[in-house]
Design a protein around this ligand. Sequence first.
Ligand code: MN
Length: 731
Amino acid sequence: MGDIKDLFEAIKNSNKVYDIELIKKAYEFAKKSHSGQFRLSGEPYITHPVQVALILIDFGMDNNSVVAGLLHDVVEDTIVSKKIIAANFGEDVALLVDGVTKLGSVPLSTKRERQAENIRKMLLAMSKDVRVIIIKLADRLHNMRTAKGWPPQKRRNKSLETMEIYAPIAQRLGMRLIKEELEDIAIFYLDPIAYEEITQMLREKEKANATSLKSESYIKYVENMAFNRIKHMVKDVKISGRLKSHCGIYFKVYVNGKDWDEVFDIYAIRIIVNTVAECYFVLGAMHDIFTPLANRFKDYISTPKPNMYQSLHTTVIGPGGVSFEIQIRTKDMHYTAEYGIAAHWKYKQKVNGKASLEDKLSWIRRIIETQKESESTEDFVQLIKNGLGSEEVFAFTPNGELKSLPLGSTIIDFAYSIHSEVGNKMIGAKVDGKITQIESKIEMNQVIEIITTKSSAHGPSRRWLNIVKTSEARNKIRAWFKKERREENIEQGFEELKREFVRNGLQLTKSQFKRFIKLVCEKYNYSNVDDFYAAIGYSGLNISKIMPAIKNFYNSCEKQEFIESKKDSVCEEVPNVGSGIIIDGVDRCLINFPKCCKLKKNEQIVGFITRGHGISIHCVECKNVFPVKDNLDKLDRLVSVYWNKKNIYKYLIFFTILANQKSDIISLVTSKFSEFKLHINNLKADFLQGNKLTITVSVYMLHLRQIGLIVRNLNKIQDVTSVEVFSKQVS
Ligand code: MN
């Protein structure tokens, strides 16, 4: 085997058009390049690239992939360069061969760093042209098929690599046939004892079969039963049966620790029909002639697996009490199930062209993107493993509705997959009838009942954002916070922004910070600072992502006035002087009146210590404050505040302001006092010679600490030349 004749034979049977001349030329070229080389098995080396090309034809790959398959070891193993290949076989083939060669040039190492580097290379190659990986998979498949000739250590290493890298990639590309074969061979070398046990077990199951039929005949027997039941219902039906693969059983029993008795689907039959409707008809018919096992039905048609796999699965009890799995799918689904991404080439007309290919590859780009952010190699290896091996877990609602979630999903994810309101109002959960922590991970086939409250004040916890597995749940939780927790989001956002500034070495005074953030808001189209903070707070705006841009913006503004000006700007918040509100235990602090409450004098009020905005004064009914009461760590930020009914001020302060005589000077001065919410007790203006005047203003104040700030603000008025202060204690 491994002759040019085999290639032509395979091409003839493939029903696809190949460039025979070019393939012949590639064969001759490879044969010449590898002449004198032998595989460890003793065969001439050329047999290997021919076998790889045969696998690629079987996958239905395009002409250039097959040509590249023939040439894939030429550059690596001989002195022939990329240029010569390009000149003889075209740029496309040269790129494919180069891609495969580069993947192979990383020396094998069991070190995780190396491994991560390997995977990263593969993903990059894949994101450029997925055919490179498919050729590499075909190469690996043939090498594993012929691994017998290798020394034991090499067999182990290659098997390990196959299990950890190649099989998961094949799985993720939906290429079931190649994935199972790779794993079966790898397990044979890695765990020969388990492999033998599985073989033994399959034999025993066969003996225990009450119909006393051998596996092969038993499968034929149920195939016939199924066919006779549906042959009049659907035209053009194909039924095939098989024994479960060793690797499938290996994972269930040796990896996941299931009991042998729990391995139901040792036998499986597959029914292939034309339409989706027929799938469900056939399912009904199968449940009619065989008894279905409870909780073993999976509908991957309505919820496809992440690798696009679609099918109906059910496990039934057949003749002789033997349980087996039935898979029902359409032809299109079948092609995708067997060949995965390669179905794109094999049955090109059936797949919706480039868009669906892009779809299938989007996860690669996601992994590469994420990798740019995570710096540690450990993290990356973990990420790849999670990403590649991402399988689902199934659970049911009490009404029997099936939910499919990524492995590792929690009950919180489950609740949000039903409806965002179910998640938001969740207070607990019952799993298979038992009260269970909502953080718990879902296990296969659990029946989960979510307990909700009707209270409108109840909502999710921010902590959940770090617990949930699905982005669906995370987005829904964020959406809730965006809508319901504006105040909290503003604080959270403000804190985050401050941290980012410190981390990026931007040292601004409080007032510079305020002015700069206003400019940032303008730049990013936020109508006010609070909206900007809130967006950061509910993670609508990823601050660490935009921070480099902000830093550049800062550097470009640095010379401008807003940074140079060292004077304090007018505070946005109202200093609590003469506001008529007394805060328990706090003598002097900034207060603010948020928009949510329109306070009436002497109404019951409560204060909430914000971060960076002083104390917010709310009415006690305010729904922005109420949930805080249920939140223990926020509870100590509530302070009691009340209206100062007596208006007792300790001091009477006289400000004597010397100014130029301008028509609006008096209104400018009084407006400064009202900015500080100070009520003017008395005002007197004396006109002096030389166009000057003195304005004397007296106000009542609780203490003297605010005076310096007021004086500075008065001095900012253009025509004010000096300010003098005199204070008098009144109580
Ligand atoms: Mn090779």
